[in-house]
Write a protein that binds this ligand. Structure first.
Ligand code: NAD
Length: 360
């Protein structure tokens, strides 16, 4: 059976990364009907919007999408397509595995963490009031002297519903992926109501999994220190939007950087798979950047589709190519100017060759 999957090529280096990933996914032997749609700065010129309606329609229909990175130009009023897609489809869980692969240059080995980040609430809800606005003044008045008169205000909503579904998702992910522990990360000693509620809900959900998945809690500042000192002690970590955003980059740094950090945005009805990194526009069209993060995002998509064997074979093939260190992009060479570095497309070819060799 062929899977219907929406393929968003993205912009900047997106199209070349997506093409490499599409070829590698097909190299696993799993069949796809790709519904190729355009979003981002290039389509903006002809469609007048960076997110034409057929993109969301296609994902609603197919339920699964693979997406190349999309540029968010600063100060143009052009909204972030990435955030818009997550909101439109209510993709509330951002799942980012951070795993060490031998051969990737990093200060750490044996890291195998998963960040489960809430995607819809928190300071990212977009409820903000500028300095001097009527709303800001109203809130300042409610603050009973705790807020300066010349403050701008961002609201941090954390709901029981939002917290429950993200923590539940983390525990279900742990069970499905044979993980042992979920750690809830917040700052409940300071934000007693919002982060306090997050912990309260997390403890309730943890009880349902007692004996199957362990549970613990860390304050976000202490967690940062734990992660740079003893990352091997942690497993699945669940957190609100802002902490998740920051810790995702921290953990990507533990395993070798953005070039190898995959991601998934998952909702009740649909899922969108994309790398953590952006569109790296300065390298556009140069067949230069590392396809690993998007290919590993494709590996997560295979797992989501239940194609565990293909996902395992793909992960092994990627890992072997990285460990050999020959057919890898410039960023994976000890010296970035190494003339033996290969391009995006050639690294994909090497992974496909490994897939074919393992099938024999
Ligand atoms: P970026 O991740 O695009 O690039 C930062 C640097 O990281 C690059 O200059 C490059 O040196 C390196 N890098 C990134 N991806 C790489 C890869 N695959 N291989 C090798 N090196 C790689 O971050 P940025 O420059 O801050 O963002 C560029 C644009 O992408 C911005 O408009 C931003 O909003 C957007 N963005 C999109 C997404 C997304 O589509 N989900 C995510 C993050 C940023």
């Amino acid at each position: 059976m062929a899977y219907n999957v929406t393929l968003i090529r993205g912009d900047g280096t997106g199209p070349e990364l997506v093409e490499a990933t599409r070829r590698v996914l097909e190299g696993t032997g799993v069949e796809f009907n790709w519904d190729v749609v355009e979003a981002g700065v290039d389509i903006m010129e002809t469609a007048g919007t960076p997110l034409p309606p057929n993109v969301v329609e296609s994902i609603r229909k197919n339920k699964v999408a693979l997406k190349g990175p999309i540029t968010t130009p600063i100060g143009t009023g052009f909204r972030s397509v990435n955030v818009a897609l997550r909101k439109e489809l209510d993709l509330f869980a951002c799942v980012r595995p951070c795993k060490s692969y031998p051969g990737v240059r990093s200060r750490y080995q044996n890291v195998d963490l998963v960040i489960v980040r809430e995607n819809t609430e928190d300071l990212y809800a977009g409820v903000e009031f500028p300095i001097g606005s009527a709303e800001a003044k109203q809130i300042i008045a409610m603050g009973a002297g705790k807020i300066r008169d010349d403050a701008a205000i961002s609201i941090k909503p954390i709901s029981r519903t939002g917290s429950h579904r993200i923590v539940k998702h983390a525990f279900e992910y742990a069970l499905a992926n044979n993980r042992k522990k979920v750690t809830a990360v917040a700052k409940a000693n300071i934000m007693k109501y919002t982060d306090g509620l997050f912990y309260e809900v997390a403890r309730e959900v943890a009880k349902e999994y007692e004996g199957r998945v362990a549970y613990d809690e860390w304050l976000v500042d202490a967690m940062c220190m734990q992660l740079v000192q003893k990352p091997e002690n942690y497993d699945v970590m669940v957190m609100e939007n802002l902490y998740g955003d920051i810790l995702s980059d921290l953990c990507a740094g533990l395993v070798g950087g953005l070039g190898v950090a995959p991601g998934a945005n998952i909702g009740e009805d649909s899922a969108l798979f994309e790398a953590t990194h952006g569109s790296a526009p300065k390298y556009k069209g140069q067949n230069k950047v590392n396809p690993t993060a998007l290919i590993l995002s494709g590996m997560l998509m295979l797992r989501y589709l239940g194609e565990m064997d293909a996902a395992d074979r793909l992960e092994r093939a990627v890992s072997e190519v990285i460990e050999e260190g020959k057919d890898v992009t410039y960023d994976m060479k000890p010296n970035r100017d190494d003339p033996t570095a290969v391009g995006t497309s050639q690294m994909a070819d090497a992974i496909i060759a490994k897939l074919h060799a393992s099938a024999k």
